[in-house]
Design a protein around this ligand. Sequence first.
Ligand SMILES: NC(=O)c1ccc[n+]([C@@H]2O[C@H](COP(=O)([O-])OP(=O)(O)OC[C@H]3O[C@@H](n4cnc5c(N)ncnc54)[C@H](OP(=O)(O)O)[C@@H]3O)[C@@H](O)[C@H]2O)c1
Length: 329
Amino acid sequence: MKQTVLLLGATGQTGGSVLNALLAEPDSFVVHALVRPASAVKPEVAVLAAKGVGVRVVDIQGPLEPLVRALQDIDVVISTIDAQSQLAQLQLVAAAKQARVKRFVPCAFITVAPPGGVMTTRDEKEVVYQEIFKAHLPYTIIDVGYWHQISFPGVPSGRTDYARLRPIDLHGDGMQESMLIDLRDIGRYVARITQDERTLNRYMVAYSDCLSEEQVFGLTEEASGEKIERNYIPTEKTLSLRAKYTNLSLTNPTNRMARYMRVTIDYEFSKYIRGDNTPAYARYLGYLDANELYPDLRPIGFREFLVELVQGKSERAYKDVPMFDPPTE
Ligand SMILES: NC(=O)c1ccc[n+]([C@@H]2O[C@H](COP(=O)([O-])OP(=O)(O)OC[C@H]3O[C@@H](n4cnc5c(N)ncnc54)[C@H](OP(=O)(O)O)[C@@H]3O)[C@@H](O)[C@H]2O)c1
Protein backbone atom coordinates (compact mmCIF):
# COMPACT_ATOMS: atom_id res chain seq x y z
CA MET A 1 0.00 0.00 0.00
CA LYS A 2 1.17 3.52 -0.83
CA GLN A 3 2.62 5.43 2.14
CA THR A 4 2.41 9.20 2.60
CA VAL A 5 5.76 10.32 4.00
CA LEU A 6 6.77 13.61 5.57
CA LEU A 7 10.54 14.06 5.34
CA LEU A 8 12.33 16.60 7.53
CA GLY A 9 15.77 17.49 6.13
CA ALA A 10 15.13 16.88 2.42
CA THR A 11 17.62 19.65 1.52
CA GLY A 12 20.42 18.03 3.57
CA GLN A 13 22.90 15.19 2.97
CA THR A 14 21.11 12.25 4.62
CA GLY A 15 17.70 13.70 3.75
CA GLY A 16 18.75 14.10 0.09
CA SER A 17 19.64 10.42 -0.05
CA VAL A 18 16.28 9.48 1.51
CA LEU A 19 14.42 11.83 -0.83
CA ASN A 20 16.00 10.29 -3.95
CA ALA A 21 15.09 6.78 -2.83
CA LEU A 22 11.48 7.69 -2.00
CA LEU A 23 10.99 9.55 -5.29
CA ALA A 24 12.40 6.54 -7.15
CA GLU A 25 9.36 4.53 -5.98
CA PRO A 26 6.31 6.61 -6.95
CA ASP A 27 4.06 3.55 -6.64
CA SER A 28 5.08 3.13 -2.99
CA PHE A 29 5.45 6.69 -1.67
CA VAL A 30 3.78 10.10 -1.78
CA VAL A 31 6.46 12.48 -0.53
CA HIS A 32 6.09 15.73 1.38
CA ALA A 33 8.95 17.78 2.82
CA LEU A 34 8.77 19.60 6.14
CA VAL A 35 10.57 22.92 5.71
CA ARG A 36 11.21 25.54 8.40
CA PRO A 37 9.84 29.04 7.70
CA ALA A 38 13.34 30.57 7.50
CA SER A 39 14.23 28.19 4.63
CA ALA A 40 10.99 28.41 2.65
CA VAL A 41 12.49 30.81 0.10
CA LYS A 42 15.70 28.83 -0.45
CA PRO A 43 16.34 27.75 -4.06
CA GLU A 44 16.79 24.14 -2.80
CA VAL A 45 13.17 24.21 -1.61
CA ALA A 46 12.00 25.41 -5.03
CA VAL A 47 13.87 22.41 -6.48
CA LEU A 48 11.90 20.10 -4.17
CA ALA A 49 8.62 21.55 -5.36
CA ALA A 50 9.74 21.19 -8.99
CA LYS A 51 10.34 17.48 -8.32
CA GLY A 52 6.71 17.11 -7.25
CA VAL A 53 7.42 17.07 -3.52
CA GLY A 54 4.67 18.70 -1.45
CA VAL A 55 6.33 21.40 0.68
CA ARG A 56 4.89 21.95 4.16
CA VAL A 57 6.31 25.03 5.85
CA VAL A 58 6.04 24.81 9.63
CA ASP A 59 8.17 25.61 12.66
CA ILE A 60 8.82 22.40 14.61
CA GLN A 61 9.63 24.49 17.67
CA GLY A 62 6.63 26.80 17.31
CA PRO A 63 3.04 26.16 18.50
CA LEU A 64 1.92 22.52 18.50
CA GLU A 65 -1.36 22.95 16.61
CA PRO A 66 0.03 23.91 13.15
CA LEU A 67 2.52 21.06 13.47
CA VAL A 68 -0.25 18.55 14.21
CA ARG A 69 -2.15 19.90 11.17
CA ALA A 70 0.95 19.42 8.98
CA LEU A 71 1.05 15.75 10.05
CA GLN A 72 -2.68 15.01 9.77
CA ASP A 73 -2.59 12.78 6.64
CA ILE A 74 0.94 11.44 7.17
CA ASP A 75 1.70 7.72 7.58
CA VAL A 76 5.44 7.98 8.15
CA VAL A 77 7.56 10.84 9.50
CA ILE A 78 11.29 10.63 8.71
CA SER A 79 13.65 13.10 10.33
CA THR A 80 17.19 13.71 9.08
CA ILE A 81 17.84 16.90 11.04
CA ASP A 82 21.47 18.00 11.43
CA ALA A 83 23.64 16.75 14.27
CA GLN A 84 23.42 20.07 16.14
CA SER A 85 19.59 20.20 16.25
CA GLN A 86 18.49 16.83 17.66
CA LEU A 87 16.45 18.20 20.55
CA ALA A 88 14.37 20.33 18.17
CA GLN A 89 12.57 17.05 17.31
CA LEU A 90 10.88 16.78 20.72
CA GLN A 91 7.73 18.65 19.74
CA LEU A 92 7.57 16.69 16.48
CA VAL A 93 7.21 13.54 18.59
CA ALA A 94 4.25 15.05 20.46
CA ALA A 95 2.65 16.21 17.20
CA ALA A 96 3.16 12.81 15.53
CA LYS A 97 1.45 11.14 18.47
CA GLN A 98 -1.53 13.49 18.26
CA ALA A 99 -1.78 13.07 14.49
CA ARG A 100 -1.67 9.24 14.87
CA VAL A 101 1.35 8.85 12.61
CA LYS A 102 1.90 5.14 11.93
CA ARG A 103 5.68 5.18 12.07
CA PHE A 104 8.14 7.77 13.32
CA VAL A 105 11.72 7.47 12.08
CA PRO A 106 13.65 9.89 14.29
CA CYS A 107 17.02 11.20 13.24
CA ALA A 108 19.38 8.37 14.15
CA PHE A 109 21.61 7.72 11.08
CA ILE A 110 24.69 7.69 13.29
CA THR A 111 27.25 4.93 13.87
CA VAL A 112 26.39 2.25 16.43
CA ALA A 113 27.19 3.34 19.99
CA PRO A 114 25.55 2.94 23.38
CA PRO A 115 23.84 5.91 25.05
CA GLY A 116 25.29 7.31 28.26
CA GLY A 117 28.40 9.40 27.82
CA VAL A 118 30.12 7.88 24.78
CA MET A 119 28.91 10.28 22.08
CA THR A 120 27.18 13.56 22.81
CA THR A 121 25.12 13.36 19.59
CA ARG A 122 24.01 9.83 20.45
CA ASP A 123 22.92 11.03 23.88
CA GLU A 124 20.88 13.88 22.38
CA LYS A 125 19.22 11.38 20.04
CA GLU A 126 18.48 9.21 23.08
CA VAL A 127 16.47 12.05 24.66
CA VAL A 128 14.27 12.03 21.55
CA TYR A 129 13.97 8.20 21.56
CA GLN A 130 12.85 8.27 25.19
CA GLU A 131 10.19 10.84 24.32
CA ILE A 132 8.97 8.44 21.60
CA PHE A 133 8.93 5.50 24.00
CA LYS A 134 7.01 7.50 26.63
CA ALA A 135 4.43 8.42 23.98
CA HIS A 136 4.01 4.77 22.79
CA LEU A 137 4.63 6.12 19.30
CA PRO A 138 5.44 3.41 16.68
CA TYR A 139 9.05 3.94 15.61
CA THR A 140 12.05 2.62 13.75
CA ILE A 141 15.55 3.75 14.69
CA ILE A 142 17.93 3.40 11.74
CA ASP A 143 21.66 3.64 12.32
CA VAL A 144 24.25 3.38 9.60
CA GLY A 145 27.97 3.00 8.99
CA TYR A 146 30.25 6.01 8.70
CA TRP A 147 29.90 7.48 5.20
CA HIS A 148 32.42 6.44 2.52
CA GLN A 149 32.35 10.10 1.46
CA ILE A 150 34.08 11.22 4.69
CA SER A 151 36.24 8.14 5.35
CA PHE A 152 38.95 8.14 2.67
CA PRO A 153 42.47 9.55 3.13
CA GLY A 154 43.99 11.99 0.64
CA VAL A 155 46.60 10.77 -1.90
CA PRO A 156 49.96 12.46 -2.65
CA SER A 157 48.94 13.51 -6.20
CA GLY A 158 45.98 15.43 -4.75
CA ARG A 159 43.60 13.96 -7.33
CA THR A 160 40.95 13.13 -4.73
CA ASP A 161 41.12 16.54 -3.04
CA TYR A 162 38.00 17.68 -4.93
CA ALA A 163 35.91 15.39 -2.70
CA ARG A 164 37.75 15.72 0.61
CA LEU A 165 36.43 17.48 3.71
CA ARG A 166 39.28 17.00 6.14
CA PRO A 167 42.49 15.02 6.69
CA ILE A 168 42.12 11.39 7.83
CA ASP A 169 44.50 9.85 10.38
CA LEU A 170 44.64 6.41 12.01
CA HIS A 171 43.87 5.74 15.68
CA GLY A 172 45.86 3.43 17.95
CA ASP A 173 47.26 0.64 15.77
CA GLY A 174 44.65 1.32 13.07
CA MET A 175 43.36 -2.26 13.27
CA GLN A 176 39.91 -1.75 14.88
CA GLU A 177 37.17 -2.50 12.33
CA SER A 178 34.22 -0.16 11.87
CA MET A 179 31.11 -0.20 9.66
CA LEU A 180 30.89 2.01 6.57
CA ILE A 181 28.13 2.96 4.14
CA ASP A 182 27.82 4.99 0.97
CA LEU A 183 25.72 8.08 1.66
CA ARG A 184 23.69 7.32 -1.49
CA ASP A 185 22.59 3.97 -0.05
CA ILE A 186 21.09 5.33 3.18
CA GLY A 187 17.90 6.28 1.36
CA ARG A 188 17.61 2.89 -0.36
CA TYR A 189 17.71 1.18 3.03
CA VAL A 190 15.30 3.67 4.59
CA ALA A 191 12.77 3.12 1.77
CA ARG A 192 12.96 -0.64 2.26
CA ILE A 193 12.83 -0.51 6.06
CA THR A 194 9.83 1.81 6.26
CA GLN A 195 7.78 -0.59 4.11
CA ASP A 196 8.62 -3.58 6.30
CA GLU A 197 6.39 -4.47 9.26
CA ARG A 198 9.23 -6.53 10.77
CA THR A 199 11.16 -3.33 11.46
CA LEU A 200 8.41 -1.61 13.46
CA ASN A 201 9.58 -0.71 16.98
CA ARG A 202 13.06 -2.01 16.24
CA TYR A 203 16.60 -0.70 15.92
CA MET A 204 18.08 -1.31 12.46
CA VAL A 205 21.65 -1.05 11.22
CA ALA A 206 22.62 -0.64 7.55
CA TYR A 207 26.18 -0.82 6.22
CA SER A 208 28.21 -2.04 3.26
CA ASP A 209 31.62 -2.90 4.75
CA CYS A 210 33.29 -3.32 8.11
CA LEU A 211 36.90 -2.22 7.67
CA SER A 212 39.83 -1.16 9.81
CA GLU A 213 41.53 2.18 9.17
CA GLU A 214 44.56 0.21 7.98
CA GLN A 215 42.31 -1.55 5.42
CA VAL A 216 40.80 1.80 4.36
CA PHE A 217 44.30 3.15 3.68
CA GLY A 218 45.34 -0.07 1.93
CA LEU A 219 42.29 -0.07 -0.36
CA THR A 220 42.81 3.61 -1.18
CA GLU A 221 46.44 2.85 -2.12
CA GLU A 222 45.24 -0.04 -4.28
CA ALA A 223 42.60 2.07 -6.08
CA SER A 224 44.91 5.06 -6.64
CA GLY A 225 48.21 3.24 -7.17
CA GLU A 226 49.78 5.78 -4.77
CA LYS A 227 51.59 5.21 -1.47
CA ILE A 228 49.89 7.08 1.37
CA GLU A 229 51.74 8.26 4.45
CA ARG A 230 50.08 7.21 7.72
CA ASN A 231 49.79 9.30 10.86
CA TYR A 232 48.90 7.16 13.89
CA ILE A 233 47.22 9.04 16.75
CA PRO A 234 48.03 7.35 20.08
CA THR A 235 44.98 6.42 22.15
CA GLU A 236 46.11 8.68 25.03
CA LYS A 237 46.17 11.62 22.60
CA THR A 238 42.58 10.95 21.44
CA LEU A 239 41.46 10.64 25.05
CA SER A 240 43.11 13.91 26.10
CA LEU A 241 41.71 15.80 23.06
CA ARG A 242 38.26 14.37 23.81
CA ALA A 243 38.45 15.56 27.42
CA LYS A 244 39.65 19.00 26.31
CA TYR A 245 36.93 19.62 23.70
CA THR A 246 34.16 18.09 25.81
CA ASN A 247 35.07 20.48 28.59
CA LEU A 248 35.43 23.44 26.23
CA SER A 249 32.04 22.83 24.60
CA LEU A 250 30.30 22.30 27.96
CA THR A 251 31.68 25.50 29.44
CA ASN A 252 31.08 27.46 26.24
CA PRO A 253 28.02 26.02 24.45
CA THR A 254 28.08 28.71 21.72
CA ASN A 255 31.64 27.77 20.67
CA ARG A 256 30.84 25.96 17.39
CA MET A 257 34.41 24.84 16.82
CA ALA A 258 34.53 23.19 20.27
CA ARG A 259 31.22 21.44 19.58
CA TYR A 260 32.42 20.26 16.14
CA MET A 261 35.66 18.93 17.63
CA ARG A 262 33.78 17.23 20.46
CA VAL A 263 31.39 15.49 18.06
CA THR A 264 34.22 14.45 15.73
CA ILE A 265 36.44 13.06 18.50
CA ASP A 266 33.45 11.26 20.05
CA TYR A 267 33.12 9.34 16.77
CA GLU A 268 36.84 8.43 16.87
CA PHE A 269 36.60 7.38 20.51
CA SER A 270 33.53 5.20 19.90
CA LYS A 271 34.59 3.68 16.57
CA TYR A 272 38.29 3.07 17.10
CA ILE A 273 39.01 3.07 20.83
CA ARG A 274 35.85 1.46 22.20
CA GLY A 275 35.18 -0.51 18.99
CA ASP A 276 31.41 0.08 19.14
CA ASN A 277 30.63 0.36 15.45
CA THR A 278 30.66 -3.32 14.49
CA PRO A 279 27.91 -5.74 13.37
CA ALA A 280 28.58 -7.90 16.45
CA TYR A 281 28.09 -5.02 18.90
CA ALA A 282 24.96 -3.90 17.01
CA ARG A 283 23.54 -7.42 17.42
CA TYR A 284 24.43 -7.32 21.13
CA LEU A 285 22.46 -4.06 21.47
CA GLY A 286 19.45 -5.70 19.80
CA TYR A 287 19.71 -4.20 16.31
CA LEU A 288 18.37 -6.04 13.26
CA ASP A 289 20.88 -6.16 10.41
CA ALA A 290 19.52 -4.73 7.14
CA ASN A 291 21.89 -6.97 5.16
CA GLU A 292 20.23 -10.03 6.67
CA LEU A 293 16.69 -8.71 6.06
CA TYR A 294 17.38 -7.53 2.49
CA PRO A 295 20.07 -9.75 0.93
CA ASP A 296 18.96 -8.59 -2.55
CA LEU A 297 19.79 -4.94 -1.76
CA ARG A 298 23.43 -4.76 -2.77
CA PRO A 299 25.08 -1.68 -1.22
CA ILE A 300 27.89 0.27 -2.89
CA GLY A 301 31.06 -1.15 -1.35
CA PHE A 302 33.98 1.01 -0.23
CA ARG A 303 36.12 -0.41 -3.08
CA GLU A 304 33.51 0.61 -5.67
CA PHE A 305 33.31 4.07 -4.12
CA LEU A 306 37.11 4.42 -4.38
CA VAL A 307 37.10 3.52 -8.08
CA GLU A 308 34.67 6.39 -8.76
CA LEU A 309 36.64 8.66 -6.45
CA VAL A 310 39.98 8.27 -8.22
CA GLN A 311 38.23 8.69 -11.58
CA GLY A 312 37.00 12.10 -10.39
CA LYS A 313 33.36 10.93 -10.41
CA SER A 314 32.47 11.28 -6.74
CA GLU A 315 30.24 13.97 -5.35
CA ARG A 316 31.62 15.92 -2.40
CA ALA A 317 29.45 15.81 0.72
CA TYR A 318 28.58 19.23 2.20
CA LYS A 319 29.43 21.10 -1.03
CA ASP A 320 29.38 24.54 0.61
CA VAL A 321 31.55 23.60 3.60
CA PRO A 322 35.25 24.42 3.04
CA MET A 323 38.05 21.89 3.65
CA PHE A 324 38.79 21.85 7.37
CA ASP A 325 42.12 21.13 9.08
CA PRO A 326 41.18 20.36 12.70
CA PRO A 327 43.49 21.51 15.53
CA THR A 328 45.79 18.74 16.76
CA GLU A 329 46.06 20.16 20.29
N1 LIG B 1 26.97 8.17 9.71
C1 LIG B 1 27.69 9.21 9.37
O1 LIG B 1 28.79 9.10 8.85
C2 LIG B 1 27.11 10.58 9.57
C3 LIG B 1 27.75 11.69 9.01
C4 LIG B 1 27.16 12.94 9.16
C5 LIG B 1 25.95 13.08 9.84
N2 LIG B 1 25.38 11.96 10.39
C6 LIG B 1 24.08 12.04 11.10
O2 LIG B 1 23.10 12.28 10.10
C7 LIG B 1 22.11 13.18 10.58
C8 LIG B 1 21.76 14.16 9.47
O3 LIG B 1 22.89 14.97 9.26
P1 LIG B 1 23.25 15.62 7.86
O4 LIG B 1 24.67 16.07 7.99
O5 LIG B 1 22.82 14.73 6.76
O6 LIG B 1 22.31 16.91 7.90
P2 LIG B 1 22.46 18.24 7.01
O7 LIG B 1 23.06 17.91 5.69
O8 LIG B 1 23.13 19.29 7.84
O9 LIG B 1 20.93 18.62 6.78
C9 LIG B 1 20.08 18.95 7.85
C10 LIG B 1 18.69 19.15 7.32
O10 LIG B 1 17.82 19.43 8.42
C11 LIG B 1 17.05 20.58 8.09
N3 LIG B 1 16.68 21.28 9.32
C12 LIG B 1 17.51 21.71 10.30
N4 LIG B 1 16.80 22.29 11.28
C13 LIG B 1 15.50 22.24 10.90
C14 LIG B 1 14.29 22.68 11.47
N5 LIG B 1 14.26 23.30 12.66
N6 LIG B 1 13.13 22.47 10.81
C15 LIG B 1 13.13 21.83 9.62
N7 LIG B 1 14.25 21.39 9.00
C16 LIG B 1 15.42 21.59 9.64
C17 LIG B 1 17.95 21.41 7.19
O11 LIG B 1 17.14 22.27 6.44
P3 LIG B 1 17.55 23.80 6.06
O12 LIG B 1 17.60 23.80 4.57
O13 LIG B 1 16.42 24.57 6.62
O14 LIG B 1 18.85 24.10 6.73
C18 LIG B 1 18.57 20.31 6.33
O15 LIG B 1 17.70 19.94 5.29
C19 LIG B 1 22.71 13.86 11.82
O16 LIG B 1 21.82 13.78 12.87
C20 LIG B 1 24.01 13.17 12.09
O17 LIG B 1 24.05 12.68 13.41
C21 LIG B 1 25.92 10.73 10.26
